[in-house]
Design a protein around this ligand. Structure first.
Ligand code: ZN
Length: 265
């Protein structure tokens, strides 16, 4: 196979194991069938904004040029900090976009990556949000009518857990052995009364199984911008990382907007 074109982050389907594909140019490359095989990825020295298609030297917030980054609704502050969302007050860069994305049912979840994590996501981004972060387990915690309220719950819960994902541990499958149901029970008492009505009951723990055929004991990040080409055996995919047998991993999401050629014999 040989595919050439601009890439964006991998798309996942929940299955056992998770199925990954990579949008490249106009096509979609099914990745799971290349696990266990040598693949070659070349960076063609071209980066384009995924919104306006202008040629750029570097990307902002995974795939955007600077002018798009400071004006698009997809890169507004509330994407990373939902409690800063002002769409419920009628204020947003693009109110039509906010209508669909910020003023619709929004979930607060707990997930277990390398450690316990709390996060916020739109109803239609479950479970892809969990898979993108490489969660091993996840559970829905609360559902609110808008992004702002979910952000308030996230803010309260985050006071009680340390929520920095260590990506190396996540890829290596090293995580704290804790029970998400029990954590969910404990943490709900930390919410102020007016937010308690959004809590979800009877939720089940979702387990996410990644296609990884070989365990590694250490990993190194591969910089394809610097080295231009990687030509190694793919042994797994987790989160948004391709994992190779010589301990290198490629963070695909970081290269959104880059033009790659991907081939395999
Ligand atoms: Zn742009």
């Amino acid at each position: 196979m040989k595919f050439k074109g601009q890439i964006s982050k991998m798309i996942s389907d929940i299955a056992n194991p998770i199925q990954y594909s990579l949008p490249i140019g106009e096509k979609k490359l099914i990745l799971n069938k290349y696990i266990g095989k040598v693949i070659k990825i070349d960076f063609n020295d071209e980066i384009r904004c995924i919104n306006c298609n202008n040629k750029i030297k570097k990307t902002y917030m995974q795939g955007y040029c600077y002018p798009c980054f400071i004006t698009l609704p997809q890169t507004e502050d509330c994407i990373f900090k939902p409690h800063l969302c002002r769409a419920h007050l009628g204020e947003a860069r693009d109110i039509d976009w906010a209508e669909k994305n910020c003023l619709s049912p929004t979930y607060v979840y707990l997930s277990l990556t390398s450690n316990l994590k709390v996060g916020v996501t739109r109803h239609n981004h479950i479970p892809s949000r969990w898979i993108d972060q490489g969660a091993h387990f996840a559970i829905k915690f609360a559902v609110t009518p808008n992004r702002y309220l979910a952000g308030l719950i996230e803010l309260e819960i985050s006071k009680h857990i340390s929520d920095r994902t260590q990506w190396r541990k996540m890829i290596l499958g090293q995580y704290e052995k804790l029970d998400l149901l029990q954590k969910k029970d404990e943490l709900q008492y930390q919410l102020p009364g007016e937010l308690k009505k959004y809590l979800l009951k009877d939720e089940k723990i979702i387990e996410l199984k990644y296609p990884v055929i070989q365990n590694l004991d250490k990993i190194k990040s591969f910089n394809i911008e610097k080295f231009k080409s990687i030509d190694k055996k793919l042994i797994g995919i987790k989160g948004q990382y391709l994992i190779f047998d010589d301990n290198h991993v490629l963070n695909v999401r970081k290269y959104t907007g880059y033009n790659f050629t991907i081939s395999s014999l």
